[in-house]
Design a protein around this ligand. Structure first.
Ligand SMILES: [Zn+2]
Length: 291
């Protein structure tokens, strides 16, 4: 599932590719992923251009020249990819093997639910095999009262995320993992980066949030931006579905300390990693490095 780093990677790709481009046509093939009435959605976007690509936690916010904002949440398997027609034409003019061509010219398949075509002929496709993702075109008033956005907590890669603030989150009768996953406290952390941050901080995920020492609190506070920045630097974590805006996979999955590595040796101490369930989520940790 895309978390803060994956959405940020998509945002950066779209910022380079689609900001300033005018939308010529919008085809909604799978209305289940569009919150608005599909005809209204298409008509309202047609002829407008993209002003900015922003992110809030795991939400992608595309500001449109009309004043509206297209709010995209990729959820489990959403992919938002840019397709350069001229690059595809070059491939078609100079075909290598059939397989190479098939891999380069990304096909529109039954999971491609929304197609945006720009005036220059290039496209932006929304593809989602499980259809949990959502696209919603919001007026300024709707954006200001968007329930999902309103409840979000602090952005961990901003100066607003401070150690005193983080310490205030460490309360209540629940695990530290549950606190980190709570989007109303620190926004944008999901299962992968939660397990990774707890490994770096040397803290077991099932520990009670109130039981951390001052030193552990500070280590975890520093580990959160560290794992998120690393995820962005490596282009996101692609375990299965995540794609960058240019259709490439991320490579942070090769850098993970614990997530998805249960039974494999800890990269730091060699102990086989453990998988358990904490906060109703599959949870990975090292029984030696994490206390
Ligand atoms: Zn270890």
């Amino acid at each position: 599932m895309p978390e803060l780093p994956e959405v940020e990677v998509v945002r950066r790709g779209l910022e380079m590719q689609i900001v300033g481009k005018t939308i010529a046509e919008v085809a909604v093939r799978g209305p289940a992923v569009v919150v608005n009435n599909p005809e209204w959605f298409s008509a309202r976007l047609r002829g407008q251009h993209v002003v900015a690509a922003r992110r809030r936690a795991k939400y992608l916010l595309l500001d449109i020249s009309s004043g509206d904002t297209l709010v995209v949440h990729l959820r489990m398997t959403g992919q938002l990819t840019y397709h350069d027609r001229s690059a595809q034409e070059r491939v078609i003019v100079q075909p290598a093997t059939y397989l190479e061509r098939a891999l380069q010219v990304q096909p529109i398949d039954k999971h491609t639910h929304v197609l945006f075509t720009f005036e220059d002929g290039n496209g932006l496709y929304y593809r989602d095999s499980r259809k949990f993702g959502r696209l919603q075109l919001c007026t300024p008033a709707e954006l200001a009262t968007h329930k999902g956005l309103l409840k979000l907590g602090v952005e961990p890669l901003t100066e607003a995320f401070t150690l005193p603030l983080f310490r205030r989150f460490l309360k209540g009768n629940r695990s530290i993992k549950a606190v980190l996953l709570d989007q109303t406290l620190v926004a944008g952390i999901g299962n992968i980066y939660c397990d990774e941050a707890l490994f770096l901080a040397g803290i077991r995920p099932q520990r009670g949030a109130t039981g951390l020492s001052k030193g552990e609190q500070e280590r975890l506070f520093k580990a959160i931006p560290e794992v998120l920045q690393q995820g962005i630097a490596y282009g996101g974590t692609t375990l299965k579905d995540f794609l960058q805006a240019d259709g490439q996979q991320g490579s942070n999955q090769e850098e993970l300390w614990v997530y998805g590595r249960s039974g494999e040796p800890c990269r730091r101490c060699g102990t086989p990693l453990t998988k358990t369930v904490v906060a109703q989520r599959g949870t990975h940790f090292c029984g030696q490095c994490q206390r």
